[in-house]
Write a protein that binds this ligand. Structure first.
Ligand SMILES: C[S@@+](CC[C@H](N)C(=O)[O-])C[C@H]1O[C@@H](n2cnc3c(N)ncnc32)[C@H](O)[C@@H]1O
Length: 227
């Protein structure tokens, strides 16, 4: 029960209430979550995963592009939510990409999900759109460098989702005050968020879900009443 004067969010009870409402993951996704936890593989947090699933069901994309495959958890989640979609997912690390491919094979989704080994900035530059949905979950300091290609690959109405936009709260530090090793990432992530929010190219919302999920819909420049 909430204390008088407190609300469910202040005493944390909302988190467990919300968690109880989340649907069960499929057995393979559950297994991948357990593998990730044991082996310190960073994958989507459960609340961000639930949001991504809901957005994908809503969007019904035919083509999805992801940066940052890791072990294939989010690619398989996207594929569960949009079984007809063709998903391309880019992973820099060869061993991790191989593991993702094995997991995707085990799920019987190899026809729908293509793992591309490489640096997302190089791979994105070589791809041709349009994609209905792009999910960024690779190196956070790199998002800003992907943005020109995201704009080229995503048509009006296309959905951009980016995870870890709060960078474990470090985004709140002024770049100059951030620990040296995080300074460039914080500066780049801030540049990415400002450009998405301020350029007029997207209708965007940064949600405090998981580690900060950015949702941005590519605007139709011709039909923007605020211009
Ligand atoms: C947070 S994990 C991705 C988690 C995954 N999307 C999930 O939720 O299941 C980030 C992944 O991005 C990969 N990565 C880092 N830099 C990258 C780059 N420049 N291009 C492609 N992948 C990259 C890392 O090797 C790592 O596997």
């Amino acid at each position: 029960m909430c204390e008088p004067g407190a609300n469910a969010f202040q005493n944390g009870s909302a988190d467990s209430f919300i968690a109880e409402l989340r649907p069960e993951e499929s057995p393979l996704l559950r297994e991948l979550m357990e593998f990730a936890a044991v082996n310190n593989v960073p994958i989507l947090r459960p609340d961000a995963a639930a949001l991504l699933r809901t957005l994908t069901v809503l969007k019904r994309p035919a083509r999805v592009l992801e940066a940052g495959t890791a072990i294939g958890y989010s690619a398989l989640l996207l594929s569960e939510a949009a079984p007809e979609a063709h998903i391309e997912t880019v992973e820099l690390d060869a061993d991790t990409a191989a593991l993702a491919m094995r997991n995707i094979d085990r799920a019987g989704r190899a026809d729908c999900i293509r793992v591309i080994l490489g640096d997302a900035s190089e791979v994105f530059a070589a791809l041709r759109g349009p994609y209905d949905m792009i999910f960024l979950d690779s190196a956070k300091g790199q998002y800003v460098r992907l943005l020109d290609d995201v704009l080229r690959l995503l048509p009006a109405g296309g959905l951009l989702v980016a995870d870890n936009c709060l960078f474990y709260g470090k985004i709140l530090d002024e770049p100059a005050d951030a620990p040296h090793k995080h300074r460039t990432i914080v500066a780049n992530l801030r540049a990415f968020l400002s450009r998405v929010a301020g350029s007029g190219e997207f209708e965007a919302s940064l949600l405090p879900v998981g580690d900060g999920v950015l949702l941005a819909v590519r605007k139709d420049a011709q039909n923007d009443p605020r211009k």
